[in-house]
Design a protein around this ligand. Structure first.
Ligand code: F6P
Length: 338
């Protein structure tokens, strides 16, 4: 049996542990694994590399993906899709590691009869069907560390610090890093920003003698009902490049409170470098289970974490509806605001 594996979409810590686990599990049964370079692009262009024990040796702690990645959407171009389908014949089955976009393609291919298994990946943690995706824990820890560090400089200068973190549609990173780092306010895409409430809460803190504040804001948080974007151009999956909410917020806060305000945009730092132990273990468990699904012929399924068990769910479950922050969790976080 020849198993293909690709990693698509934005990279994240934990991808290499998944690749390593897939290869190590497959080799136990003398199955062959082929790496497909740069996501769906590699299957269109037939760019592959053999993955043996040597190829995955020493990659567990490495960030990124040894296979490379892209945001190529083969369903955008009929000719590319035809080439992909032709090249699919060179493998028996495929493990697609990715987020909503990559898995969306996987779900469509499965419907057309291709043997695909999914592995959920995104630092945003916004895929349904799984309690957590790998990469999220690492991103949260990086953001928490930044919030911790910003405390001392905020306090020394009596400033407001706005920290912009990733999270396109969901505020999981903002919420987890904000709670863990003791942020005074957390703003997420699911809850529209009311600028008066923001400035009021800062003023109340100042009145209590707290002359600094830390605000964590997700890049996808909406201002006047709109996302703040860096450019209007859409990628192959129809997403705009987000960015700028931190800067916008800081200007409005400074105007309203008179307090010096600074912005830190964490950006891709949250996706770089090696994974936490949690993400390495989750990635390893996902990779092992993905091969098991292939062996059992359970295609169209995605590996998932449910109540600390590794299970499988239809890929459709993950891509049908994004998992956003629920109201109750945000309300809990409010306890620590101000
Ligand atoms: O989807 C994961 C993510 O990191 C989002 O949080 C962010 O909006 C986006 O990817 C950034 O994408 P790119 O790497 O293309 O700038």
């Amino acid at each position: 049996m020849k198993i293909g594996i690709l990693t698509g979409g934005g990279d994240c810590p934990g991808l290499n542990p998944v690749i390593r686990a897939v290869v190590r599990t497959a080799l136990l049964n003398h199955e062959e694994v082929v790496g497909i370079r740069n996501g769906w692009k590699g299957l269109v262009e037939n760019e592959t590399l053999p993955l043996d024990a040597k190829a995955v040796s020493g990659i567990l702690h490495r960030g990124g993906t040894i296979l490379g990645t892209s945001r190529t959407n083969p369903y955008k171009e009929p000719a590319a899709l035809e080439k992909l389908k032709k090249n699919f014949k060179n493998i028996d089955s495929l493990i697609a590691v990715g987020g909503e976009d990559t898995l969306g393609v996987a779900a469509k291919l499965f419907k057309e009869g291709f043997k695909v298994v999914g592995v959920p990946k995104t630092i945003d943690n916004d895929l349904s069907g799984t309690d957590f995706t790998f990469g999220f824990d690492t991103a949260v820890n990086i953001a928490m560390d930044a919030v911790d560090r910003l405390h001392s400089t905020a306090e020394s200068h009596r400033r407001i610090m706005v920290v912009e973190v990733m999270g396109r549609h969901a505020g999981w990173i903002a919420l987890h890093s904000g709670i863990a780092g003791g942020a005074d306010l957390i703003l997420i895409p699911e809850v529209p920003i009311k600028i008066d409430e923001v400035t009021e809460s800062i003023k109340k803190r100042i009145a209590r003698g707290k002359n600094f504040s830390i605000i964590v804001v997700a890049e996808g948080a909406k201002f006047d009902g709109n996302e703040v974007t860096l450019e209007k151009k859409l990628d192959a999956f129809g997403h705009v490049r987000l960015g700028g909410i931190g800067e916008l917020l800081a200007r409005r806060i400074e105007e309203a409170t008179g307090f010096e305000t600074r912005v830190t945009v964490l950006g891709h730092v949250q996706r770089g470098g090696s994974a936490t132990a949690f993400d390495r273990v989750l990635g390893s468990r996902f990779g092992q289970k993905a091969v098991e699904l292939v062996r059992k012929g359970q295609f169209g399924q995605m590996v998932a974490l449910k109540a600390n068990e590794i299970v499988s769910v239809p890929i459709e479950t993950a891509v049908g509806k994004l998992k956003t922050v629920d109201k109750a969790f945000y309300e809990m976080a409010r306890t620590f605001f101000g």
